[in-house]
Design a protein around this ligand. Structure first.
Ligand SMILES: Cc1cc2nc3c(=O)[nH]c(=O)nc-3n(C[C@H](O)[C@H](O)[C@H](O)COP(=O)(O)O)c2cc1C
Length: 222
């Protein structure tokens, strides 16, 4: 029934990509999945991101005035959407279990399943109701590889498990039972680039990509 209503709604015919938008506020880094990214202007180059006020990432961008957008690729596994899009940074430290680099102002972007990142200083924030529109001017960006970007439609077509097959709740318990080892395998978790190895904290270290797990080449950050 709900499915039918969704299919009849013209709003569901609008095309989107999928992105990880991340922020750093008061020493904490966090991010969430969004589909609502758009280039709004050419000169100057401005990007818009629409984020629900309930998201921790919303408040972190509001407080810090910066956001970094990782553009996700077609090979992005459901586990990554689940981790960043169905859990909140209020409950877990999401970046503890993934590999990431830092941009010029130390905002994190993912090393895997990403073809580019774009970082912005927020120039305006508009209250839209449930969501806010953040408009930002680009201060750092990089094309990392040529993998095609994933579309929101791809998420429904082949990434998200079918509702009849497994629910998000079932998937959550399955992941918990496996101690999130699935995440490690899918996302190249690098808990072992470590204090012991380097004498530095995880953030000082700037996690290096685990080349064994990389499916695409990753450039050194500038
Ligand atoms: C495929 C997908 C698309 C999403 N798109 C958006 C979006 O456009 N805007 C938004 O505010 N949240 C969106 N979300 C939900 C947030 O990612 C989610 O609320 C997240 O848990 C917030 O995490 P945080 O509290 O750590 O910021 C999406 C989630 C998924 C799985």
């Amino acid at each position: 029934m709900k499915e039918e209503r969704m299919n009849d709604n013209p709003l569901f015919s609008i095309s989107y990509g999928l992105y990880l938008v991340s922020a750093r506020d008061n020493g904490k880094i966090n991010g969430c999945i969004i589909n609502t990214i758009q280039q709004l202007c050419n000169t100057p180059e401005k990007i818009g991101a629409v984020i629900n006020k309930h998201c921790l990432t919303h408040d972190m961008i509001k407080n810090s005035g910066k956001m970094c957008i990782s553009i996700l690729t077609k090979d992005t596994p459901y586990e990554l959407f689940f981790h960043f899009g169905l859990k909140s940074g209020r409950d877990i430290n999401k970046f503890d279990s993934v590999n990431y680099w830092l941009d010029k102002e130390s905002l994190p972007y993912l090393t895997r399943h990403v073809n580019s990142y774009i970082s912005c200083h927020v120039t305006s924030m508009t209250d839209l109701g449930t969501h806010s529109l953040f408009v930002g001017e680009i201060y750092d960006s990089k094309k990392i590889n040529d993998m095609p970007s994933i579309l929101y439609q791809d998420y429904f077509d082949y990434v998200k498990p079918q509702a009849s097959y497994i629910s998000d709740d079932e998937y959550r318990s399955e992941l918990m039972m496996q101690g999130e080892s699935v995440m490690s395998q899918m996302m190249g978790i690098n808990r072992t680039v470590s204090k012991e190895a380097t004498g530095k904290t995880k953030e000082d270290t700037i996690i290096t990509p685990d080349t064994k797990n990389l499916v695409v080449s990753v450039n050194e950050p500038s």
